[in-house]
Design a binder for this molecule. Sequence first.
Ligand SMILES: Nc1ncnc2c1ncn2[C@@H]1O[C@H](COP(=O)(O)OP(=O)(O)OP(=O)(O)O)[C@@H](O)[C@H]1O
Ligand SMILES: [Mg+2]
Length: 227
Amino acid sequence: MLELRNLSKSYASGRPVLSNLSWNFKAGEFVSIMGDSGVGKSTLLNLIAGLDTPDAAPGDSPIVVDGVPMSGLDDDAATKLRRARMGFIFQAFHVLPHLTLLQNVALPLLLNGLPTERAAEMLEAVGLGGRGGDFPHQLSGGEMQRVAIARALVHRPALVLADEPTGNLDPDTAHSILTLLRREIKATGACAIMVTHSQHAAEMTDKILQLSKTGIQETTNVNTFKQ
Ligand SMILES: Nc1ncnc2c1ncn2[C@@H]1O[C@H](COP(=O)(O)OP(=O)(O)OP(=O)(O)O)[C@@H](O)[C@H]1O
Ligand SMILES: [Mg+2]
């Protein structure tokens, strides 16, 4: 579903952040990525999302989504791929303040020319069924995250990218949001990659990857949550 092949990234200003990462992410897999602050987790998600560009590599594209080499795409094609095939739960992808919750969740459907009925179903699925007409400022942090999840999944993307989706939530809310995220991912068969600092959050995924200066490694000493 998503292949990383010798992916490297360095910023002009300094040392390399990621060097020669390779990994295969499979469809239907819910994977977490853990690692020290500053090791490059958000950078990695941004590269996969096409929001940042990897270092030039000779030969193969370092990022391949569903068989499509990302580096072969122009801006328009990359935007189309991102819009149709990916869902984001990033801090930078804020819920839009001037749209109602229902309009926010319907946005990916509209942008993809899809019928918008599913927006209401998704709001219902995240427990905000009665609040479609509310505006984001009327929500708590946890409710806002639920809207972000609904919006990220509403168009059934093949690839879901989440950067600390429960970072600022209390443990109970975090648990219910992760349960919801897991259920929706499994229902749609998406591949989901979640960056987290929380061991509990990581244990709710199928596989835990550790990102470090030496590369990506799967960690084995955890009780993987499966249902
Ligand atoms: N636009 C940029 N220009 C220069 N350096 C950057 C840029 N973005 C990130 N970096 C650097 O790249 C490194 C990795 O940053 P990144 O945000 O990916 O870390 P992270 O693993 O997500 O950390 P955290 O767990 O704190 O969120 C850091 O040293 C950071 O300072
Ligand atoms: Mg980060």
